[in-house]
Write a new protein. Structure first.
Lengths: 489, 443
């Protein structure tokens, strides 16, 4: 990352008459667009930039230099599982025998593509302890929505139409209730106990014949394993509901525990977290959804199935419908497949334990300077409630911003909402002891700076390409494209 | 134990466990009841080295066949400049998260701002979000936006001429979200105006969704549609092929309230159907009802012009079940893809791509008609680069023959004797001539 701000926009590099592409000569130019009816054609001239190739390459290269990625440095972003994105995945997903395939071309000509999809479905089933997966959903939130659609379709298939509510813990990520609402379900909130786990006594009275199911993340958003999970699952099942596993925190389970064995019926996986596909600045990800035996038919169309030696796409009448045009973010699916084949059975079992070791090591090394509201062993992540010494006025936001000066990405902040100054740290299994020690030392330095130079910490960052931004102005007076920006000046 | 993705030595593990006050890695899981712990290895294949993995992908790849592409139907074989993949492979873009920490994410924020600017320029609309999963889900989100905007109405009219693949997704979202989707009938390959007028006049419609060009490739005339929608307090939503907007009348010029669709046609490789990028543009009036991320311009403490995620109060992490949508990401890297595409192509390039696609498709249609074995399914209707023909003969045999003898995916079979064909700028005159020749020999 370059700390000198680039800041230009492509529109500002444009000059009439330049071009950045070449196309073959049109030998059929007796067929002209001008023959189309005038009323159907664009009236206003299209004002896109006119730039040569090298200018485009330098522009985006310079822009990228103002970005921080996993390859730049340590990215301890809680619940986001910013693990290393292996380079071989990128090489494989650009394989020429896949990138030119049309999704509707003859099935006999895409047997390799379907085989890869089918094998990844099966490997995810084994890793999760579930019966069958679809890889069609595009992201974690999309997987949640798809999983809840499975839940509703299951109840509807039994004529059980009263079940319109879903139980969600108060510690859950906001996406859970939002997905429920999009799926037409009402949200019932179950409280957490002081140790951060679901309060079983609070859950019991919420269960009745209107409950479609319950959504849980395990370990939860505090990094705590819900040790009552077997009891919770059995209570929900007795009440006729299904258990949904939000796979956001699946990483620490690898090698140790499978959601299907914990009593979950439906789950999604974030391939861009647990299975190493890059986050890409916010996407594309992929959110496969798995189900236990008996629910397979409800998964979205199309299904990829194996018929003898042949792979084929099928459409099933019992299915919930379709949530994607084709079979998901296939390029992401290829990366996850490459990762799992590279890791293999002998290394997969170490992913969870090493991720958990890294998290506990940071937690134990910093709990004297930062407030640890919930002690004991954590899983892949944990939450501090800000600095231990609250007298300095230095907030979690300030600590996060100061970390940027030291070349670390900030942890997730102000989530979960259970603590006012939440600082959520997830290191992943790929980080070395030296990297963690460096981070721990910097966190201790910031705690000291908070006492000695609080104003300096409160005005951090100081060395990044830009300083703190005016969010309020951006929201009060939205300027959301270049045409508007030009009017401002 | 030593493995390339795990930096831990045995000494590291011992010393770190000691800091944690634990004796073994298993002890870190002592809070999990023993009966819930997996006490065996996974039943998945053993690890592959890079040498072996490359062979594995070569073997899978050998089971695929790249074909000359005479098919579209929502996924188009357009030219992708090599610059784009080169820039997308920069790890600063590839391995970053959503740009929450704006001070170290100006790269991502800036290109999203450029993307929003280009999409509003292309569609003529006032605002664009930071992108969505694909064109199908973007259309479903637009439908939910219309219903949320109308408050007490939950009916949406959808033209039968929309791509059935988009319709499948729209219908699925509607079913679960409690939206009634009513079709507007198609007649002669275009949306039936009389049916639309009768249905909108009932006054219970929240939104109307049409396509441009439609599934059969026809560019329909929507003169007066937006006014009729607005007279009846419904939003007019257009699903448009992004590339075609370089030359065709824009959703803004038709008076649309929301423009949605897939950005794949802006140079994104077909890649067996993904990842693509959905776009959603609307008016400033509706910005707070828009799903997804939005990037806005602002200033930093030193007064520098900078960019930041904005209007987050609409979003799920703040509004939870009351959010406008459950979307909590964008298709960021693919938004960068189409941004670089539009930067390279510019207005001239986008026009040339459309001009060449038009020439190729119309030449293909003329040549097929000359054989006497094809006729236009909807004669006289204007089309850009995709069109439906009636085939005098067995379509399955024709398609199989084209696979075997011309290494071509010759269109998508619709019902019975109809074939949907497409030609873009990637086909040469020679390839088209050869395809027609083989067709003629097969029928």
């Amino acid at each position: 990352m370059n700390n000198v701000y680039y800041g230009k926009l492509i529109f500002e590099l444009s000059k009439e008459g330049r071009r950045g592409y070449s196309l073959p000569e049109n030998k059929l130019n007796n067929y002209k667009l001008a023959d189309m009816p005038e009323a159907l054609m664009r009236q206003r001239e299209l004002d896109l930039p006119q730039v040569d190739e090298l200018t485009v390459v330098r522009h985006y290269t310079n822009m990228s230099n103002n970005n921080f990625g996993v390859d730049t440095g340590f990215y301890p972003l809680g619940s986001c599982t910013m693990k290393y994105n292996p380079k071989i995945n990128e090489e494989m997903c650009h394989h020429y025998a896949f990138t030119r395939l049309h999704p509707l071309q003859n099935e006999n000509t895409v047997q390799g593509a379907l085989k890869l999809y089918y094998e990844l479905q099966n490997m995810l089933s084994e890793l999760s302890g579930l019966s069958e997966f679809t890889l069609n959903p595009f992201a974690g939130a999309h997987g949640e929505l798809t999983g809840l659609m499975v839940m509703r379709t299951y109840h509807a298939s039994r004529g059980d139409n009263k079940r319109t509510k879903v139980i969600i813990p108060d510690s859950a990520h906001g996406t859970n209730p939002a997905s429920a609402a999009v799926c037409g379900l009402d949200v019932v909130v179950v409280k957490s106990r002081p140790d951060g786990t679901v309060d079983v006594e609070d859950l019991k009275p919420l269960l009745n014949d209107e409950i479609a199911g319950m959504m849980m993340t395990n370990p939860n958003t505090l990094g705590i394993f819900e040790h009552n999970i077997a009891e919770i699952a059995s209570l929900v099942h007795e009440a006729g509901g299904l258990m949904y596993y939000d796979g956001a925190n699946l990483n620490p389970m690898l090698g140790m525990c499978r959601p299907g064995d914990l009593g979950f019926d439906i789950m999604h996986i974030n391939l861009h977290k647990t299975f190493s596909t890059p986050h890409g600045g916010g996407g594309p990800g992929d959110g496969p959804v798995g189900v236990r035996a008996g629910l397979e038919d409800f998964l979205p169309n199309p299904h990829v199935v194996k018929d003898g030696d042949r792979y084929t796409l099928t459409f099933n009448d019992k299915s919930l419908g379709s949530v994607s045009g084709f079979v998901g973010n296939y390029g992401v699916i290829m990366r996850a497949y490459a990762y799992i084949r590279t890791i293999g059975k002998e290394n997969m079992r170490m992913v969870g334990p090493l991720a958990v070791l890294n998290a506990n090591y940071i937690k134990e090394s910093l709990k004297d300077c930062f407030e640890l509201p919930i002690g004991g062993v954590c899983k892949h992540e944990f939450v501090f409630d800000g600095l231990k010494d609250k007298s300095t006025g230095v907030t979690t936001l300030d600590v996060a911003k100061r970390l940027l000066d030291y070349g670390f990405h900030a942890p997730t902040i102000y989530f979960p909402l259970l603590f006012h100054e939440a600082l959520m740290i997830e290191p992943t299994e790929n980080e070395s002891k030296e990297t963690l020690d460096g981070f721990i030392e910097v966190m201790r330095t910031i705690a000291r700076e908070a006492k000695e130079q609080p104003d300096m910490v409160k005005s951090a960052p100081h060395t990044t390409p830009v300083r703190r931004l005016d969010d309020t102005q951006a929201a009060l007076h939205p300027v959301v494209n270049y045409a508007e920006l030009k009017l401002e000046n | 134990m030593s493995y390339k993705f795990f930096p831990h030595t045995d000494d590291d593990i011992r010393s770190m466990l000691s800091t944690c006050g634990e004796r073994s890695l298993e002890d870190l899981y002592k809070d999990i009841p023993n009966e819930l712990v997996l006490h065996r290895d996974y039943d998945i294949p053993e690890a592959l080295s890079e040498i072996e993995l490359r062979k594995c992908f070569d073997q899978l790849g050998a089971m695929n066949t790249s074909l000359a592409c005479f098919i579209g139907a929502g996924c188009y074989d357009h030219y992708s400049p090599s610059v784009i993949d080169s820039i997308l492979s920069r790890s600063e873009f590839l391995t970053s998260y959503t740009p929450y920490q704006a001070e170290i994410s100006q790269g991502t924020l800036q290109y999203i701002f450029e993307y929003q600017s280009m999409m509003t320029e292309l569609t003529g609309m006032e605002v664009s979000n930071a992108s969505m999963y694909d064109g199908c889900t973007a259309t479903a989100e637009a439908m939910m936006m219309a219903v949320a905007n109308a408050k007490k109405r939950n009916k949406v009219l959808v033209s039968e001429t929309i791509n059935p693949i988009v319709l499948r997704v729209v219908d699925t979202y509607a079913k679960f979200h409690g939206i009634e989707v009513e079709r507007i009938a198609a007649k002669d390959g275009v949306t039936c105006r009389a049916d639309f007028e009768a249905k909108i006049a009932k006054g219970d419609v929240a939104g109307v969704i049409v396509a441009a060009p439609n599934f059969y490739g026809i560019v329909e005339d929507y003169t007066g549609w937006a006014d009729l929608c607005h007279d009846n307090k419904a939003l007019f939503i257009m699903n448009c092929n992004a590339s075609s907007l370089g030359v065709l009348k824009t959703p803004a010029e038709w008076g649309a309230d929301i423009a949605v669709g897939d950005g794949q046609s802006l140079g994104i490789p077909m890649n067996f159907g993904g990842p693509f990028v959905g776009y959603l543009c609307t008016s400033k009036k509706l910005i707070r009802k828009m799903p997804g991320r939005i990037v806005g311009a602002t200033k930093d403490m030193d007064g520098k012009r900078t960019f930041v995620l904005t209007l987050q109060a609409r979003e799920q992490h703040i509004r939870r079940e009351k959010a406008t949508s459950n979307i909590c990401s964008n298709q960021s890297l693919m938004a960068l893809y189409v941004t670089i595409y539009m930067a390279l192509m510019g207005k001239q390039g986008l026009r040339e791509v459309n001009e060449m696609s038009y020439s190729n498709a119309h030449y293909l249609a003329d040549k097929l008609l000359e054989t006497g074995k094809f006729e236009m399914a909807y004669p006289g209707k204007p089309f850009l680069h995709e069109f439906a023909v009636k085939v005098k003969g067995d379509i399955d045999a024709l398609q199989q023959g084209m696979l075997d003898k011309a290494q071509a995916q010759f269109g998508l079979k619709l019902d019975g004797d109809t074939l949907l064909l497409c030609a873009t700028e990637t086909l040469s005159k020679e390839e088209i001539d050869n395809a027609v020749k083989v067709c003629n020999s097969l029928l």
